[in-house]
Design a protein around this ligand. Structure first.
Ligand SMILES: Cc1cc2nc3c(=O)[nH]c(=O)nc-3n(C[C@H](O)[C@H](O)[C@H](O)COP(=O)(O)O)c2cc1C
Length: 246
């Protein structure tokens, strides 16, 4: 008997399919938030899922600032609106028209906002695995965010990541100290529905890239050699895998 089986941690085909369903049906939610509150038990489970993410040197650099007060959220929303206007100017005339029509946050409507941070000093100056690439600590907080996002989807909740905010302004509003990075500002709540496709795809902003075009062999531009033919064929065959998982 395998160790996994002994522990009761063997994954059944049904459980595997449930995970794929969660992954493929996860969406970034901006406009479908309902005003209903989230149960404490649900929020607690989701935060535990985030806290069990992998982290460089087991540093666990994250904190979760829960923002329920409308007063604080309004300040964040004002910072978003300023950055959003500045952002619009950065795109071509044609893209600006689409950009201005997009809803890119649910700061005020969602049940709760969560700022996930990275405390770069969490376990001292020398961290296993961060010795040669400084950004590994922030990547760990991103892993926590992905866990949080998937757990939210499993609980039937929507989550939207808001990044169109000046970082210094965000830190000032939330009183975040110098050595702490606000990695993700998230809006979480019950939703009316989940869209089938990313909103940016439906709006004609960008399409999903075919996976086979993103897979290289041995080197950055490494093309598939003869021995990779069957794998490339498999990738093409599975192109509709997300749909079959639903
Ligand atoms: C790091 C990061 C920052 C993002 N920032 C924003 C944002 O400011 N506003 C927004 O509406 N969506 C934001 N998104 C969501 C993406 O637009 C979205 O993930 C992408 O279009 C694919 O859609 P999906 O998440 O529904 O699959 C962000 C996503 C990530 C990972």
């Amino acid at each position: 008997m395998s160790d996994a089986k002994k522990q009761g941690w063997e994954i059944t085909a049904e459980e595997r399919d449930a995970l794929y369903k969660i992954i493929f049906s996860r969406r970034d939610v901006r406009g479908q938030f309902l005003s209903d509150p989230i149960d404490d038990s649900v929020l607690s489970r989701i935060l535990y899922a985030a806290h069990h993410a992998p982290s460089v040197g087991f540093m666990q650099p994250w904190n979760f600032i829960l923002i329920r007060s409308q007063e604080v959220r309004k300040k964040i929303h004002t910072a978003f609106t300023k950055a959003h206007k500045e952002a619009a100017e950065m795109f071509s005339q044609e893209k600006q028209e689409i950009y201005k029509g997009l809803k890119l946050e649910g700061i005020l409507e969602s049940a709760v906002n969560i700022c996930v941070t990275c405390d770069t000093s969490r376990s001292g100056p020398v961290v296993i695995g961060r010795t040669h690439i400084d950004t590994m600590d922030s990547y760990s907080s991103v892993c926590a965010i992905e866990n949080l996002w998937l757990a939210a989807r499993a609980e039937g909740l929507g989550l939207g990541w808001v990044s169109i905010i000046d970082e210094a302004e965000l830190k000032k509003i939330l009183q975040i100290p110098e050595h702490v990075i606000p990695v993700g500002y998230l809006c979480l709540g019950k939703v009316s529905h989940f869209w089938e496709k990313p909103e940016l795809e439906s709006a004609g902003w960008l399409p999903r890239i075919e996976l086979e075009k993103l897979v290289n062999f041995e080197y950055w531009e490494g093309k598939p050699a003869k021995e990779h033919d069957s794998f490339v064929k498999q990738l093409k065959e599975d192109a509709d895998f997300p749909l079959t998982a639903e």
